[in-house]
Design a protein around this ligand. Structure first.
Ligand code: 13P
Length: 281
């Protein structure tokens, strides 16, 4: 696996924001970028609801903020009522697409098979896949975390064929850490999860620049510790970045933390094996 170099900070707006609210957020973000208030080492991304993609694209075009969709259907354009295709979200301005978020897996029955189809379709459409993987609380309690994560990563990439993404993003998002009922993961829990994800990626993806992010109850109080303490290439935020000032505040905290960060030491294969032995599937 080739690690991408800059640090990602982004947010999914999930099922929030009218067109007016989305446009106002985008305008505020654009003004901050143009005023030089977003440090250059950060790559910001925003995933609006599909209804706001085109509006947000118009407002942020040329600002350097990456725009993505929260989901898209893997099939070609055609008779699939209620869905939008990869090429349609690309046309609306998305350059990345989130696939396999915990809420889609648990509330909407998105399976590893569907995730694999979507990843392959995203790559064919020229979109960067942002694949979310994570274990449920029950899987963690049964000691299945490493096996579940490794399986989800391999399954997600399993239909790529000869098409390789020019860039890949994978977010480790334990289901139990997400949302208002979530418990923020401890740095040790995050770091063990990230190590398993990286190992599974190493086996599967030679040479594709890949960023491994963490998401789940990231907020102003824990962002800096996550950046300094972990081998992580970015943070993926929900609620704490649903306002532009929230995202900008996190941007400053992450940048300060990045400047204090010691050169990163990759978790060694021995440590990963120890984690997997301790917690077999
Ligand atoms: P919260 O930050 O609201 O827990 O959501 C995280 C998330 O789901 C990012 O994809």
């Amino acid at each position: 696996m080739t690690t991408a170099t800059s640090f990602w900070l982004g947010t999914s707006w999930k099922m929030t924001k009218t067109l007016g609210e989305a446009g106002a957020y985008a305008d505020e973000l654009r003004s901050a970028v143009e005023a030089g208030n977003v440090p250059p080492e950060l790559r910001l991304f925003v995933l609006p609801a599909t209804t706001s993609l085109a509006t947000v694209h118009d407002r942020l075009d040329g600002s350097g903020v990456t725009l993505g969709a929260q989901n898209a259907h893997p099939g070609p354009d055609g008779a699939v009522t209620g869905e939008v295709s990869m090429s349609m979200v690309r046309d609306a301005g998305a350059s990345l697409v989130e696939i396999g978020h915990a809420e889609r897996r648990t509330l909407l029955g998105e399976t590893d098979d569907m995730v694999a189809d979507k990843v392959a379709a995203a790559v064919s459409a020229g979109l960067t896949p942002l694949v979310c993987v994570g274990e449920t609380a029950a899987e963690r309690a049964r000691g299945e975390t490493p096996g579940v994560l490794a399986h989800q990563v391999r399954a997600a990439l399993g239909r790529l064929g000869r098409d390789r993404p020019s860039e890949l993003m994978v977010a480790y998002e334990p289901h139990w850490a997400i949302g208002s009922e979530g418990r923020p993961a401890t740095p040790t829990e995050v770091s063990e999860g990230l190590a398993v994800v990286r190992r599974a990626l190493d086996e599967d993806l030679m040479g594709t620049p890949t960023s491994v992010l963490y998401g789940g109850s990231v907020h102003a109080g824990n962002a800096a510790d996550l950046v300094t303490g972990l081998d992580v290439d970015g943070l993926f935020v929900g609620r704490a970045a649903w306002t532009a000032p929230g995202l900008l505040d996190l941007a400053h905290r992450c940048t300060d933390a990045l400047r204090r960060r010691r050169p990163r030491r990759r978790t060694t294969p021995d440590l990963v094996s120890a984690i997997v032995r301790k917690d077999p599937r």
